[in-house]
Design a binder for this molecule. Structure first.
Ligand SMILES: Cc1ncc(COP(=O)(O)O)c(C=O)c1O
Length: 393
């Protein structure tokens, strides 16, 4: 036994200590606390579809279990799934990634994590449009590289200005991370913006990592894959989570240059190995049973669009300016009417209206909160009623 005064041997590593604690934890813990105390809190903070996984996908998983497809697979995924992903990239995105230029991961997150670790060195700079999904700068920083935000504004609907990107290129810049349709903004970058960014990446010899997880959730805009404009510079990340309501199944994938994919596979082989075998067969059904999948996506898209219209109109009418996003299932509301500081605004929404939202603090979105509309129209109506009442009291 060690002496009572000895310091704990469990000293956290520098990497563990470098992970930024989330500013939003305070708000989400308070929401949990209120719920536990029996208060009826409506959560508008979730980042996942509220629909159930479609039946043809579930059936394929059950079939996989019953036929014993429950063993290790190849680290980069079963060949049928990589072929289906390769065909999907060609069919839906106009991208050519051969099956051995594709890898299957445990969620989109792992594809991004592997890609950053395969490509970045300490001191490299990575351009990230802001507001951003919080995991990008955190993952990039874990590699020792430096995230460099590129601001976008609510006035422009958070559309990236390629000039702002290029203005931040230095001799250390290695990569730009794109996410369109985007979390948290819902922005869908138009083809001309993507083409300009692609040309810039070619001029400065940069890697583009494009996260297209929300590609099917677009409303009045056209979703284009940037890889079409600069295939030799682009690594494309996607997955089953948002498109097919499969967040819990943990299937992501990436297509890119074979040497990079091989390096990503090497990281994966020494960490988690293959993604769940059963989930791979489920994703295979989603990617190959086209009619059923298209019907599901259309149903979801129609529902999200109606919800988006309702929530955007309602929040604007309440004096919380909210641009109309063209994709994903999030809106960003400006909350100066509630409080100049978005954390305090989120706290007021929780304590006084019993509505849980995510303050923009961690997304580099000051003065704004994010609401997810992956919830029913009834809930959205109730949320607007509650906020309206809070403002009237
Ligand atoms: C932009 C974006 N990329 C990736 C992911 C992660 O996807 P997965 O659940 O497949 O890891 C999310 C999930 O919230 C996301 O919003």
């Amino acid at each position: 036994m060690s002496a009572p005064s000895a310091p704990s041997p469990f000293r956290l590593s520098q990497r563990a200590r470098s992970l930024k604690p989330s500013a939003t934890v305070a708000v989400s813990s308070r929401a949990l606390e209120l719920r536990r105390a029996g208060v009826d809190v409506i959560s508008m903070s979730v980042g996942e579809p509220d629909f159930d996984t479609p039946p043809h996908v579930k059936a394929a998983a059950i079939q996989a279990i019953e036929s014993g497809k429950t063993k290790y697979t190849a680290v980069n995924g079963i060949a049928e799934l990589r072929e289906a992903i390769s065909a999907k990239f060609a069919r839906e995105n106009g991208l050519e990634y051969a099956p051995d230029a594709v890898t299957v991961t445990s969620g989109g997150k792992q594809a991004l994590f592997n890609a950053f670790f395969a490509l970045l060195n300490p001191g490299d700079e990575v351009l990230i449009p802001a507001p951003y999904w919080v995991s990008y700068p955190e993952m990039v920083a874990l590699t020792g590289a430096v995230p460099i935000p590129v601001p976008t504004t609510p006035e422009s609907g958070f559309i990236l200005d390629p000039g702002e990107v290029e203005a931040r290129v230095t001799p250390r810049t290695r990569m730009i991370v794109l996410n369109s349709p985007g979390n948290p903004t819902g922005a869908v970058f138009p083809p001309e913006v993507l083409e300009a960014v692609a040309r810039m990446a070619q001029r400065h010899n940069l890697v583009i990592v494009t996260d297209e997880m929300y590609e099917h959730l677009v409303y009045d805009a056209e979703q284009v894959s940037i890889g079409r404009y600069a295939p030799e510079h682009t690594l494309t990340v996607n997955g089953a989570s948002k498109a097919y309501a499969m967040t819990g199944w943990r299937i992501g994938y990436a297509g890119g240059p074979k040497a990079v994919i091989a390096a990503m596979n090497a990281f994966q082989s020494q960490s988690t190995s293959n993604a769940s075998s059963v989930s791979q067969y489920a994703a295979l059904a989603a990617l190959t049973q086209h009619e059923e999948t298209a019907r599901f996506i259309e149903m979801a898209r129609r529902a999200y669009r109606e919800r988006r219209d309702r929530i955007v109109e309602g929040l604007n009418a309440l004096g919380l300016p909210t641009p109309t996003p063209q994709g994903a299932f999030y809106v960003m509301a400006q909350t100066s009417r509630l409080h100049p500081d978005e954390l305090e605004a989120a706290r007021r929404l929780l304590d006084e209206a019993r509505v849980a939202v995510v303050p923009g603090t961690d997304f580099a979105a000051p003065g704004q909160v994010r609401l997810s509309y992956a919830t029913s129209l009834e809930q959205i109506g109730e949320v607007l009623r509650r906020i309206g009442k809070m403002l009237a009291d």
